[in-house]
Design a protein around this ligand. Structure first.
Ligand code: FAD
Length: 468
């Protein structure tokens, strides 16, 4: 046992320092089981002071730190590299709801609270915390903030950054910055909070946050709409926004191929439409009005869209269970594609107005380069965010197609760049997209980012090798 690990044990207790291979396995393995890193140890402190003491120890001994929440990140940011020289610092024991302020509509929570627990605590207080991801049973608030997570309600409420008012952070040198302010207006110099949000653990460790709460909507209505193409979906978005204003909380697009895979791998799921259509949109309206009022509002908007030929078919859920089935269909797309085999994934965003042109041009470029490749496109269309995944032709092995990953990425990301989009909408950079970042960020942007990194993490110990 090295002196460093003995000091860690003295700081947080021996049973919270894991250094045997089998104990470390889940902490060093990526969610999608693509990579397994190596760690010196896993450190699991229980409060902010313990985190600060551990960071100071790491700084003294020049040990790199990989902060980890639920380890559900999709860009290999939360696991260590192969060197075996870093520790993973898990925040999972910092899991207290510190306070709820219903007058200020805020809640102060520790970084290791699971998102689903935070949603539940808000609900118990008669409020809504609207961040919602398919991983909410496993991901943590600290991870959500560090990746600036998006999800299905961004259209109405914004992403994790917009839902956060204040932070508590252990800096890279082990000091505790208490920025737990519940203020909606605070123009007092540079916004440190916004630097740490979305930094993927490369600048410091988020230990607690003040998050925004909202009134719980009195009514929610879900509908599934069938359309001829993505352009019709974009027109439908404007049409529904014109009719329903801020009540539109979700607008999720998916293709028939996505739905086909969901029914193939989850045959127990009830069918919503008798026939197949090229594209589908899941819409959700949430409002302070009665259920009947919200239902009529959506019915009126969709009836007009049906009569004008903008949409081909529609089902408005008339029960909670039907609404749950429609959402389940959307949420199971990721699992269905995983069961089908491997594909090349892109988490991109574009100005909403460019999406139709982007898809038609990029699909055509990919078909020319890789005839027969199959597009698995779905995403949060209302936010301009697409999961634009490319599957191999039916007669090609996944492993052979994955050899083309760099060429596929180049076509897709060049096209994203041409259409003024981003190569990472919500999952972040981690190590997976680090090289791509260098291709598309300007040298000036990279230099400014590097100076922030050097200023806040002078010894380069925070999540080494990630993002920058
Ligand atoms: P981790 O995976 O543990 O860490 C993510 C990054 O944050 C790492 O770089 C890590 O070092 C850093 N980090 C973690 N905690 C801290 C901390 N306290 N302080 C500093 N740095 C920290 N993402 C979306 O945005 N939208 C989605 O709709 C979505 N859907 C998903 C669905 C599934 C099924 C899965 C598996 C993932 C999905 N994700 C989605 C990705 C993932 O769930 C999110 O990125 C989530 O916010 C990560 O939280 P986590 O606690 O698991 O963080």
């Amino acid at each position: 046992m090295s002196l460093f690990l003995t000091l860690c044990q003295q700081t947080i207790g021996a049973k919270h320092v894991l250094s045997k291979q089998d104990e470390m396995q889940t902490y060093v393995s990526d969610w999608r089981q693509r990579e397994v890193g190596k760690a010196l140890a896993i450190l699991i402190p229980s409060n902010t002071e313990e985190v600060a003491a551990l960071v100071k120890l790491c700084a003294e001994h020049q040990i790199g730190i990989v902060p980890q929440g639920g380890n559900t990140g999709l860009v290999l940011g939360s696991i260590p590299d192969q060197s075996g020289t870093c520790v993973v610092l898990s925040l999972r024991r910092l899991n207290r709801i510190r306070s709820v302020d219903t007058s200020n509509n805020t809640m102060t929570v520790e970084a290791g609270c699971l998102l689903a627990e935070v949603q539940g605590a808000a609900q118990q207080a008669g409020r809504l915390y609207p961040l919602s991801l398919a991983s909410e049973g496993s991901c943590t608030i600290g991870g959500n903030l560090s990746t600036n997570a998006g999800g299905t309600a961004v259209l109405r409420y914004g992403n994790a950054r917009e839902l956060c008012l204040g932070l508590e952070v252990v800096t890279a040198t082990g000091e505790i910055w208490n920025g737990l302010r519940g203020l909606r207006k605070d123009n007092t110099g540079y916004d440190l909070r916004d630097l740490y949000i979305g930094a993927e653990g490369t600048l410091g460790i988020i230990t607690a946050a003040v998050i925004k709460l909202f009134p719980i909507p009195k009514s929610e209505v879900t509908a599934l709409v069938a359309l001829a193409d993505v352009n019709a979906a974009l027109k439908l978005l404007s049409h529904v926004q014109d009719h329903t204003g801020a009540s539109l909380t979700g607008f999720e697009l998916f293709s028939d191929f996505c739905l086909h895979l969901v029914y193939k791998h989850f045959a127990e799921l009830p069918k919503i439409f008798e026939s197949s259509y090229p594209q589908y949109v899941l819409l959700e309206l949430a409002s302070a009005e009665t259920q009947e009022h919200t239902y009529s509002q959506l019915e009126f908007a969709l009836e007009a869209a049906l009569q004008s030929g903008l949409i081909i078919d529609v089902v408005i859920a008339n029960s909670l269970s039907q609404s749950t089935s429609i959402w389940k269909m959307r949420e199971l797309i990721s699992s269905a594609q995983a069961r089908e085999g491997k594909n090349i994934k892109h988490d991109i965003s574009l100005p909403v107005s460019q999406i139709g042109e982007f898809i038609s041009q990029t699909d055509a470029l990919l078909q020319t380069a890789f005839p027969g490749c199959r597009m698995l496109s779905f995403g949060h269309l209302g936010d301009g965010n697409l999961h634009y995944n490319v599957s191999p032709p039916v007669d090609q092995l996944d492993s052979d197609f994955l050899l083309e990953q760099a060429a596929v990425n180049r076509i897709v990301h060049d096209s994203v760049h041409l259409h003024h989009g981003s190569i990472s909408a919500e999952h972040g950079i981690g190590t997976l997209k680090k090289e791509e970042l260098l291709v598309y960020k300007s040298p000036l942007e990279m230099r400014l980012m590097q100076s922030i990194k050097t200023a806040l993490d002078p010894h380069q110990l925070m999540n080494p090798g990630k993002v920058i």
